[in-house]
Design a protein around this ligand. Structure first.
Ligand code: TPP
Ligand code: MG
Length: 351
């Protein structure tokens, strides 16, 4: 018997907007000027939040904080494609997703200040709490997709995670189950190429992360994660597919963590300044500004006006966060578990 080719695979990379601000018209999603402005303003809001969070942490007003600098396109572009009924399962570095979905800004600050009340999403938002335990929320998202299928609910579960999470068993088990049951779930990996101090090549021998989906029987695509239009297009397509019964998809957003892993880290100890500088030139916001300027709807003046509007929103949120009265310990039990364990019931009684 001669050997025969059973299957062959290819992994595509999607990019729409280049570093000079030019777009590929055949791939550009239909976005009127007002929508592009909305995307830009959401990205500036995310960056302004991040800058303020770092400053507050340095003043001792927040706890350890994981910056999102450089990852705004991956977060905002994907979040804008979601429908309000979809379920979001974030990891710990997705504040740009929260902000874009309209999560109360003061609650984000509250969470990073160590107050669990910051995690209580308003009823209008289908967003799970931050998952600091790497990758453990991936099976949760798959379970939610299973529940949606069971209830014939046309919603999609969306799990966000980093490149480091792809080495976890949770990732592989979640992907396998999603593939076997063709569940309505979209996996979005922000491959920022570092998992604390471990570079991508220390994480996988594979050429891309996207190809890992192929082994589980569904599509994986690599997207330029600093290109907000590409991320938006890929997420919309994956959501449409999931909603119409086409099963799961995996989107690898190739991006870069411009800052330290968290405020407790010093990335200069393990990576070269040249690498960071090379990625600074690919800044996702600058790229969008160039696109808008070429079309005559971005100017220095408009940029300043947006920044000051976003700064005012952040100022207001900081004030709101600091005006929240201290937590009452017994209230915490109402929001953590549907039913209390014996031990928790004992603690509640003691309090
Ligand atoms: C189960 C588990 N193991 C280890 C850690 C410690 N830890 C926190 S973040 C991190 C790396 C995560 O890297 P990645 O998935 O690439 O996400 P990124 O930090 O780049 O956003 C590790 C190992 C953890 N939080 N949870
Ligand atoms: Mg990472």
């Amino acid at each position: 018997m001669p050997e025969e080719l059973l299957a062959s695979f290819a992994v595509k990379r999607l990019s729409v907007l280049d570093e000079q601000g030019n777009v590929d018209d055949t791939l550009m999603p239909t976005l009127p000027e007002a929508e592009v402005r909305r995307i830009y303003e959401a990205m500036v809001l995310a960056r302004t939040f991040d800058e303020r969070a770092l400053a507050l942490q340095r003043e001792g007003r927040l706890g350890t904080y994981p910056p999102i600098l450089g990852q705004e396109a991956a977060q905002v572009g994907s979040a804008l494609a979601l429908s309000p009924d979809d379920w979001v399962f974030p990891s710990f570095r997705e504040m740009g997703v929260h902000l874009t979905l309209g999560y109360p800004i003061h609650q984000l600050f509250q969470y990073w200040a160590g107050d669990e009340r910051g995690q209580r999403a308003p009823d209008r938002l289908n967003i799970f709490p931050f998952c600091v335990s790497v990758g453990t929320h991936i099976p949760h998202a798959v379970g939610a997709a299973m529940a949606a299928r069971y209830r014939r609910d046309p919603v999609v579960a969306v799990a966000y995670f980093g490149d480091g999470a792809t080495s976890k068993g949770d990732f592989h088990e979640g992907f396998n189950m999603a593939g076997v049951f063709r569940l309505p779930v979209v996996f979005i990996c922000q491959n920022n190429q570092w998992a604390i101090s471990v570079p991508l090549k220390g994480q996988t021998a594979a050429a891309t992360l996207a190809q890992k989906a192929i082994a589980y029987g569904f599509d994986g695509v690599q997207v330029d994660g600093n290109d907000v239009f590409a991320v938006y297009r890929a997420t919309l397509a994956a959501l449409d597919k999931a909603r119409s019964g086409g099963g799961p998809s995996f989107i690898e957003c190739l991006t870069y963590r411009m800052a330290d892993h968290t405020t407790s880290d010093d990335a200069a100890r393990y990576r070269s300044p040249d690498e960071v500088e090379a990625w600074r030139a690919r800044d996702p916001i600058l790229r969008l500004e160039r696109y808008m300027a070429k079309r005559g709807f971005w100017s220095e003046e408009y940029g300043k006006e947006v920044k000051s509007r976003m700064t005012a929103a952040i100022d207001e949120a900081v004030q709101a966060m600091e005006a929240v009265p201290p937590p009452v310990a017994v209230e915490m039990f109402e929001h953590t578990c549907a039913t209390l364990s014996q031990r928790q019931a004992g603690q509640l009684k003691e309090l």
